[in-house]
Design a binder for this molecule. Sequence first.
Ligand SMILES: Nc1ncnc2c1ncn2[C@@H]1O[C@H](COP(=O)(O)OP(=O)(O)O)[C@@H](O)[C@H]1O
Ligand SMILES: [Mg+2]
Length: 451
Amino acid sequence: MTRAISLHNVSKRYGRAPRAVDRLTLDIEAGEFLVLLGPSGCGKSTVLRMIAGLEAITDGELRLDGQLANDMPPGDRDMAMVFQNFALYPNMTNRDNIGFPLLVENPREDRGPRVDATARKLGIEDVLDRYPSQLSGGERQRVAMGRAISRRPSVFLMDEPLSNIDAKLRIQLRSEIAQLTREMGVTTVYVTHDQAEAMSLGDRVAVIRGGVLQQVGAPRDIYALPDNVFVAAFIGTPRINLVQGFVHAPPREGMTLDLGSQRLPLPEPLSVDHQLLRIQQGRPVIVGLRSEATRIGLPSQARPGEVPLTGTVANTDYQGHEALVYVDIGSEPAVVADLESPRPDGSPRRRRARPRPGVLGRLKGRTVARTPGPPLALGGSPRLPYNPYASYDPAAQRVGAGELVVRTPPSLWLQKGAQVPLLVDLAHLYVFDRHGRRVSPAPAEMLGEDV
Ligand SMILES: Nc1ncnc2c1ncn2[C@@H]1O[C@H](COP(=O)(O)OP(=O)(O)O)[C@@H](O)[C@H]1O
Ligand SMILES: [Mg+2]
């Protein structure tokens, strides 16, 4: 037995604080592996605890297999939860820990066969007669998993189950969890702040920010078509390059994307996507380029859809199988911390406080005033002090202001300060409006397609 979980406009309010979970609507299919992903404090655990019945729902509806379950006692929900700090009973052997839920369920049943089968699945047969304190972190977390699965619940709820485990083991356990839950075909809701974990595990990933669902979709889809700049920045390593841009479309001239001191010419005839960018004419936008969108190459080597740019090597980072080259293209980084959290329907988020002008708004004057000069103007441009996404991704911490991360073969050795010709693949270029919503590639509704 496995069950479908459906949340409709579910909110959680703790006292007078703003909603910790804000009108979340999400349908999780029976047997699906869904990951809730977002930065710390965004409300992931709260969602999980509301599904489990450990936290009251302030507003909205929770349905299990279509039945309203807001007030269903936790014990009737047939769910098992695994936490970050695997709470095992220290004075019980691992065997008894795994068998404990079975004991609660049916004290007269012989638990042996099911405990053994569970231990075999998890590769922990050898440690069953030891105590939790005699195990390594990875073994303890396997026992905790064992305790969750021995009872064969209809739903697994996992709250950052791997965050206390060292990196190498985490990757191993990650694939074991994926295999195990798929084998069992049990609906799983998995909480993490680690985008790599989310991408590797989820059938679908739901990205949450500040209690608000930003986007839900298959890992490939949210990577390829992030609905907004937050999702784009949160997913993918190295982090997407985000720079301030400006759509320049004078009458009878070609359209360009101004990136500070350089312009990206958009090829004529304009694609439908690029034609739609005319709406953004005269407004600041954010241009996103994933590391795979840019390569080092001369204009003469451009393939169809690639346009040239130049930059100066700021740093290189040798990784063995590849090198990451940080190239300064004389642009301003886009700081998205002050962007309002876009709602799924695209309407701006209401605030009680007086709206502050967004960073982009404040920078608008400056961006407009900058005239595209010679191919490269380095050094003198004003730099923003920090990047809010740096803390999400260790690789991002090395990204300086306005630098592009370009992947190159490790054999290519580039000196700091060297000028390099770049080719940008327009198929991998994103444009976000000043609210952070993706406008190119155009969302289906902008193209007038049925969604
Ligand atoms: N019991 C509680 N009382 C008051 N505030 C809480 C409580 N639990 C969580 N919160 C608040 O709700 C927000 C979401 O928390 P949480 O769901 O734990 O986030 P996450 O799991 O994504 O890190 C945070 O601002 C947190 O401080
Ligand atoms: Mg949490």
